[in-house]
Design a protein around this ligand. Structure first.
Ligand code: KIV
Ligand code: ZN
Length: 393
């Protein structure tokens, strides 16, 4: 299906990638300057709409990386993070202003627990939000504001601060589930109610930023889109604080695969997903779990006899997406003790070995014996079994 056909009649959802900011905040995931430039380039090439390139006031290194990513960017919006302080916002602007399309993202924790940290009253915090968003907007016409821990913020107060931020000039309103506390029905309802309640809400973009503490980040992000959010904040491989953020590859492929029930599309070129996933895993030093959705080693692999037989007859039997669509060469049918004769025959054919039924029977017995002793049987093992069979024949 062409991208155009795929997007017909659907709403566009913007993909905001924060691998280089929230992803890098994951303990141990620090990336070098050059690695960040490489990942930013891959993100832009893949068609991500907004890259959160870092937290410029956090360090000289972060500042330099954000500034260089901004300079090299072409069409992608380059965003930097800033706390609700003028010095942070100024520093952020100094870094992102080099981009053809810069954005300042400023935030403050609005829930009772987070308000206690700077020890601000509700009124004092409301004033601070007004001042800092106004300041950011005077520097840049693209301003994102986030009430951190929004999902644990009192409803009335959340409406109040969102309205203040909109009036002060924020153009994107991000509603973070900072500690992965929400659930899909609540996530959808929160965005829906905010858009229906807050004056001016229909003139800005609402964004969803979910963490994965309960393993719900992808479901919550998609639910927020159902509720009216049109920007998903996510990271490659779901890298991020604690259990991570919403995984980019999961939301993008979910929208692509289930467009029948979720009428939305993104601008991501999905064939580039696997390469960037591998690069992020490598530079961050965070291997991808084997059974990770979309990008795990086993996501398109089938070992058991019934599954392999089904896949050899019709790929749709056990796959809902084409592996080629995420940049893989194809389905993999690793041979192991659960594999059946059909997969062994297919493997032999692939290796250029033509055998009759009786020969296959004997090689299969040898194969099962080996597979009981070995986790995975490789091509060389199969060829050795064929050689042994020929010698004994
Ligand atoms: O999780 C969070 O609340 C954040 C904000 C800075 C947006 O990362
Ligand atoms: Zn976050």
């Amino acid at each position: 299906m062409t991208d155009q056909a795929q997007s017909a009649g659907k709403d566009r959802v913007y993909i905001f990638d924060t691998t280089l900011r929230d992803g890098e905040q994951s303990p141990g995931a620090t990336m070098t300057h050059d690695e960040k430039l490489e990942i930013a380039e891959l993100l832009e090439d893949m068609g991500v709409d907004i890259i959160e390139a870092g937290f410029p006031i956090a360090s000289e290194g972060d500042f330099a990386a954000v500034a260089e990513i901004a300079r090299r960017s072409r069409e992608t919006v380059i965003c930097g993070l800033a706390r609700a302080q003028k010095a942070d916002i100024d520093r952020c602007w100094e870094a992102v202003k080099h981009a053809p399309r810069p954005r300042i993202h400023t935030f403050i924790g609005t829930s009772p627990l987070h308000r206690a940290i700077p020890d601000l009253s509700m009124d004092e915090m409301a004033d601070r939000i007004h001042e800092t968003v106004t300041h950011a907007r005077n520097l840049c016409d693209n301003v994102q504001w986030s009430p951190m821990d929004a999902t644990r913020t009192e409803w009335d107060y959340l409406c109040r601060v969102v309205e203040i931020a909109i009036k002060a000039g924020a153009t994107t309103l991000n509603i973070p589930d900072t500690v992965g506390y929400t659930a899909p029905n609540e996530s959808a309802e929160l965005i829906r109610k905010l858009i229906a309640t807050v004056p001016g809400a229909d003139e800005v973009i609402f964004a969803t930023h979910c963490h994965n503490d309960l393993g719900l980040a992808t479901a919550n992000a998609l639910a927020a889109v159902e509720g009216g959010a049109r920007q998903i904040e996510c990271t490659i491989n779901g890298l991020g604080e604690r259990a991570g953020n919403t995984a980019l590859e999961e939301v993008v492929m979910a929208l692509r695969t289930r467009g029948d029930i979720m009428p939305f599309y993104t601008g991501v070129e999905t064939k580039k997903i696997m390469h960037i996933s591998r690069r992020v895993a490598s530079v961050a030093g965070f291997p991808v779990q084997f059974n990770k959705a979309i990008v795990g080693k086993n996501a398109f692999a089938h070992e058991s006899g019934i599954h392999q037989d089904g896949m050899l007859k019709n790929k749709e039997t056990f796959e809902i997406m084409l592996p080629e669509d995420v940049g893989l060469a194809g389905t993999s049918l690793p041979l192991g003790k659960h594999s059946g004769r059909a997969a062994l025959r297919a493997k032999l054919k692939e290796l250029g070995v033509d055998v009759g039924d009786n020969q296959l029977k004997d090689i299969f017995v040898r194969f099962k014996d080996l597979a009981d002793r070995k986790k995975e049987v490789y091509d060389d093992d199969i060829l050795a079994l064929v050689t042994a069979h020929m010698a004994d024949d």
